[in-house]
Design a protein around this ligand. Structure first.
Ligand code: FES
Ligand code: FES
Length: 212
């Protein structure tokens, strides 16, 4: 038996505490949600949006992220959950043509929006040029980050086309050039634990029609 800050501890109490926290961690998400609202059902809202050109209308817990809406409600599991904190880019999707981290956005903010996930970018029978280039240049290893990388890469091409500046541009008023430096900078929010960065850049430069 030992005592820290007035709380007696023993090997037994530590083990019991560990098992209790493990049990809490495995409770179904719904029980967890109800507990946090004092036993009352979580607030819900109806949302209508278009996902991969298909109109969707559903009722969700207002705390549901766009990422969870896609994965858990629509079963579009191509979009990955990496950090769930906006730091890895695995959850990148296109909303109204612009890329966003879907883990940082509540589903109810997207009423009327057009969302494109990796499933909507292309399919095995009809790959998007960016998907084909990733395959050709081995722009992946485990593939976990790849849907986010491809959605982001497609978004980057559009940003450059629209003249949206990046942090490496010296003249913010000038139309951005499609260079390897530009693309590296713009893709910096998409992490790859396998380190496929140089091959991803090769794929993007091929689609952009430039040399790395
Ligand atoms: Fe969204 Fe990592 S899961 S940024
Ligand atoms: Fe494995 Fe990027 S291919 S994390």
């Amino acid at each position: 038996m030992d005592a820290h800050d007035g709380f007696p501890t023993s090997r037994r109490t530590v083990l019991v505490g560990g098992m209790t926290s493990a049990a809490v961690a495995t409770l179904p998400a719904q029980v967890d949600a109800e507990d946090r609202t004092g036993g009352s059902p979580p607030p819900k809202a109806r949302i209508s949006l278009t996902v991969n050109d298909r109109p969707r209308d559903l009722e969700v817990d207002t705390r549901t992220t766009l990422l969870d809406l896609l994965r858990e409600h629509l079963r579009l599991t191509g979009t990955k959950k990496g950090c769930d904190h906006g730091q890895c880019g695995a959850c990148t999707v296109l909303v109204n043509g612009m890329r966003i981290n879907s883990c940082l956005s509540l589903a109810v903010q997207h009423g009327g929006d057009e969302v494109i996930t990796i499933e909507g970018i292309g399919n095995p029978g009809k790959l998007h040029p960016m998907q084909a280039a990733f395959v050709k240049h081995d722009g992946y290893q485990c593939g976990y980050c790849t849907p986010g990388q491809i959605c982001s890469a497609v978004g980057v091409m559009r940003e450059i086309e629209l003249g949206i500046p990046s942090h490496v541009q010296t003249d913010l008023g000038a139309k951005p050039e499609i260079t390897a430096t530009e693309m590296r900078e713009r893709m910096s929010g998409n992490l790859c634990r396998c380190g496929a960065y140089s091959n991803i850049l090769d794929a993007m430069t091929e689609v952009a029609g430039i040399k790395a």
